[in-house]
Ligand binder design. Structure first.
Ligand code: HEM
Ligand code: HEM
Length: 176
């Protein structure tokens, strides 16, 4: 049992964090769906787009929640290299949750399709003019970033487990 009381992140930060983790999991599990829909192999809702757009919608609340609430200290405090590594990984993850869905939206538009918002059945026609060849570039970028972030997310999750089980500090408990 720890000898100190853990101060947690504010509940909106924790709620948004775990909701994001679930949405990313869903986006990864359904990453082949857009293709299947295009090829007429699947006619249900596009869970990939639904999860990605929900993640994008969470961006403003995420930033507000972080800016308006306090970040609790980690007890006992980690080494400086560890704090720096966490900052870099966090920055990468924050960029990912906005850049990856935006690339997805641009990808759909670059194919000349309207973006159909799942469950709401709203179709948003292409709002930016994308040049010739944009489709291939965006598709590659979206896939590359998606693949690269398996590693970043794994690093982030393993670091959290390392803090909890090996270093035995309250990094993870602050987020639960
Ligand atoms: C965090 C959110 C997202 C993640 C992690 C993600 C991840 C991925 C990955 C890994 C693939 C590649 C699948 C393959 O290997 O072929 C993919 C494909 C795709 N994604 Fe996403 N995606 C996200 C959000 C979005 C959003 C918001 C949209 C559209 C609004 C979107 C549209 C697409 C489309 C159209 C494809 C198929 C590309 C193709 O033609 O090969 N994605 N996504
Ligand atoms: C799957 C996608 C994930 C994303 C995008 C993500 C993103 C983030 C971000 C942006 C932060 C900084 C706090 C904030 O602004 O909310 C954070 C903190 C944290 N995450 Fe995640 N996370 C993910 C998954 C996980 C998983 C699976 C675990 C646990 C095994 C985890 C454990 C933590 C912990 C303990 C913190 C606090 C770290 C600190 O205060 O330095 N995260 N995460």
């Amino acid at each position: 049992m720890p000898q100190f009381k853990t101060r947690k992140y504010a509940w909106p930060v924790r709620a948004i964090h775990w909701l994001s983790a679930i949405l990313i999991l869903v986006a990864y599990l359904t990453s082949e769906l857009s293709e299947e829909i295009e090829e007429g192999e699947y006619a249900g809702p596009d869970w990939h787009v639904a999860a990605g757009l929900s993640l994008l919608l969470l961006f403003l609340p995420r930033v507000l929640a972080r800016v308006l609430t306090r970040t609790p200290p980690i007890v006992p405090p980690p080494a400086r290299w560890s704090v720096l590594a966490a900052k870099l990984t966090t920055l990468a993850l924050v960029l990912f949750v906005v850049v990856q869905p935006v690339l997805g939206v641009l990808l759909v538009w670059s194919e000349g399709h309207a973006l159909v918002v799942p469950f709401l059945d709203i179709a948003i026609p292409p709002m930016v003019a994308l040049g010739h060849g944009a489709e291939d570039t965006l598709e590659e970028a979206h896939e590359l970033l998606g693949n690269a972030f398996y590693a970043v997310i794994a690093l982030h999750a393993l670091a959290a487990l390392w803090h909890h089980f090996a270093r035995r500090d309250d990094t993870l408990r602050r987020m639960l």
